[in-house]
Design a protein around this ligand. Sequence first.
Ligand SMILES: Cc1ncc(COP(=O)(O)O)c(C=O)c1O
Length: 504
Amino acid sequence: MAARVALRGSAILRTIRPAACSLPRESRRQFSFSAANMSSFYSWEPEGPTIKTQIPGPKAKAQIAELDEVFDTRSLNMLTDYEKSSGNYIADPDGNVLLDVYAQIASIPIGYNNPVLRKAAQGDEMINGLINRPALGNFPPNDWANVLKTGILKVAPKGLNQVFTAMAGSDANETAYKAAFMWRRQHERGGHHVEFTEAEMASAMRNELPAGSSELSIMSFKTAFHGRLFGSLSTTRSKPIHKLDIPAFDWPQATFPLLKYPLDQHAEENAAAEAASLKEVEDIILNYRVPPCAVVVEPIQSEGGDNHASPAFFQGLRALTRKHNVLLIVDEVQTGVGATGKFWAHEHWNLQDPPDMVTFSKKAQTAGYYFGSPELRPNKPYRQFNTWMGDPARALLFRAIVGEIERLDLVNNTARVGDYLYGKLEALAQKYPGQFENLRGKGMGTFIAFDSPRRDEFLARAKGFGVNIGGSGQSAVRLRPMLIFEEKHADILLAALEKIVTSW
Ligand SMILES: Cc1ncc(COP(=O)(O)O)c(C=O)c1O
């Protein structure tokens, strides 16, 4: 592979000292990783984790206290030194360096301080995008078509050739929902060309519907997460804490088919759960008091606990939405950009009829929704509009990321490493019954998760063993490594996981 670099040293041993006071005596044994752990994609990352203090250490504690005077730190996971973070490794102010398989909530694609991205950031094009930020709807740069075609649209899902750019995942979903409502109403009026009536315009200004028309909704699934803005939050159903006190729309939710593992031992039950869920979807489409004009679904429910469903389920969902003229919005904010071993997770479903819209953000660094039908462009300008409508600098960054993903074949890398990691996790689960339950994500790249009986403690202790891991839902440990995660990183992770469960 052209990008592989000659690596320094051949038998360097890196010693990891688990955070001394936070761990039981038994686990304080040192463990080591060999030079084989060095990244073969880039030469700039460390050979392994280094743990020097408890996390947070003394410096981090002082800086957190200072920060807390002016900024809410109650959700803080780890105070980070981004200058010292590199590749798959995240650093803190006390000199601790952790293998990061959480990656800024699944949003770092090709490593901290990636040299190719640093170079792109210093180019005139990027500087221009940063300091002359355009109001894209009104004053797009003269090369905007080219930036889109060589970046965001170069990796557009099959069948979708247009994009509406946005700022973040919630914004991407929210604007997709607006497109769905406008699409449906245009149909009801008799097409794009039909003008709004005076009554419609007057009632819109009173936040009311014109006499005789009924509300529409967006259907989502129980335990889904689609963001936290007003519209997106109404489709989010993962945790009450996200929703408390916030006004919400009367929108329906269907049961997501929570599968039982191992899959091969529960095939019948799982197929029945999926069939029941599809039946519920159809019932909601036909009978809910506020009829849905779109269904939004994550290919793998991520924040809600890493819940998977089979390609057959999603094929069924596509067929149902098509049958009832309801749009299908696939939320690939977390699953998109390579992590499942395909560029877009919904490619695993082999749909003949593509989703109507696919939303993206996180690893793309930019955000938005892809669509194919020209009818999804609203009938008038300014109906779907903001000052910025995205960000050319972030679009340029995504273009550079796409370039690296292609150059290093990182989607296939993730598929291969994911299979390797999954196989080893299966063995760990057998060796330590009850510790790695409901292992899921087979064949889905590194988008892997399992349940831990002591999940929060598991995540906290992981740091002492040199890895930064995230959770999802009530009990899942979710692995969200970057696309430059290799077998050698998987070995470090696996050694740490074993340490965690043998040192309770
Ligand atoms: C599937 C999914 N959709 C939407 C969002 C919201 O994205 P953001 O936090 O960028 O608004 C998230 C965030 O975790 C997500 O996982």
